[in-house]
Design a protein around this ligand. Structure first.
Ligand code: ZN
Length: 333
């Protein structure tokens, strides 16, 4: 269940030694870290980005399809937690009425007034009951790929699809409070999917100023931390990311910095060379997007320590804050 062919990098113990020490330091020096200006940490991440090795131009081999986004199915077979799909975790159903259909008369207030953000909750809690539908191949421009996947779970059965929906809803509440119009690709309002090509299309048709697809990873224990997936430059069929590669990187870097700061999580220790950023050319949701778009893998559901965070509502709120603040920064709010 890994994104790149190569084994997880014990990598250069250079600048910022791998994540482990960083975690440790964070916890022991919590006060000191808290005292660091937000920009300091953002700067740290940025520095890592700028000095980052490896993943640049051509990222992890597109051939080594990551299990969590292709066949995460295995994990689900036994989990059978369908009931979870009805959870309505957040009180946001009635969140500040986003610039409703009615009128331009009531201009939304806040730094994101007039901006549209599409949030894509990865997978769907019903996908595992609709394997024939989601296994159907769709055109992603450069290739063909499954319509959607089940996603992963924690060892105790908390589904990635529940996680993504919860973080997305929390993010929506925060974005709407800043005046944004928020569009979801789905909101537990359909039995499965949408397919990855439709997820991209929703962002395109909404003319989104930013699109974020929310996920959590499912790789072996000991692999920890978050990462942002940026679109590679691809061209083929309906895919042409040339116009979004630059702005998507900006969006991704801002989310990475803010996410690290708000959650206290470190960039992934198993890919991205410690930058928290990975470029990929094999994801239909990115390849088919014409709007600035990134994926965020908030943590590793298969690692007990990461899972303890991912299953915590308080932590998920911090995750939503980090994502939101990154979007606000990107949109210049
Ligand atoms: Zn996922």
């Amino acid at each position: 269940m890994r994104y790149d062919d190569s084994p997880p990098p014990p990598e250069s113990a250079s600048s910022v030694s791998p994540d482990r020490p960083w975690y440790t330091r964070r916890s022991t020096l919590a006060v000191a870290v808290a005292a660091l200006a937000p920009t300091a940490l953002a700067g740290w991440v940025l520095t890592q980005v700028l000095t980052g090795s490896g993943h640049d131009g051509q990222p992890p081999g597109p051939k080594a399809l990551p299990a969590s986004h292709t066949t995460g199915a295995g994990a689900h077979g036994g989990a059978g937690d369908a009931k979870a799909s009805t959870t309505t975790p957040s009180p946001d159903a009635s969140a500040p009425a986003s610039a409703s259909a009615s009128a331009p008369a009531a201009p939304a207030k806040g730094p994101l007034a007039g901006r549209t953000v599409v949030i894509d909750p990865g997978h769907n809690t019903g996908n595992f009951k609709h394997t024939s539908e989601i296994d159907r191949q769709v055109d992603i421009g450069t290739n063909r790929k499954e319509c959607d996947t089940t996603g992963t779970t924690t060892n105790s059965g908390y589904m990635e699809a529940e996680f993504t929906l919860d973080v997305s809803r929390r993010t929506r509440t925060l974005l709407e409070s800043k005046g944004a119009k928020v569009v979801f690709t789905h909101d537990a309002d359909r039995p499965w999917g949408p397919c990855i090509d439709e997820r991209a299309r929703i962002g395109n048709e909404a003319k989104a100023d930013a699109v974020v697809s929310v996920h959590a990873d499912g790789v072996s224990a000991g692999n920890r931390g978050f990462h942002i997936i940026l679109p590679a430059t691809v061209k083929g069929g309906a895919a042409d990311t040339s116009k979004i590669v630059g702005p998507s990187r900006d969006l991704g870097e801002r989310i990475a910095g803010n996410f690290a700061r708000s959650t206290g999580s470190a960039p992934a220790n198993y890919l991205g060379s410690g930058t928290g950023l990975v470029v990929r050319d094999d994801l239909g949701g990115l390849n088919l997007s014409t709007r600035p778009k990134v994926f965020i893998e908030c943590g590793n559901m298969r690692d007990a320590k990461d899972a303890a965070q991912l299953t915590s509502p308080e932590w998920r709120q911090k995750a939503a804050e980090g994502i939101t603040n990154g979007i606000v920064g990107f949109l210049g709010g």
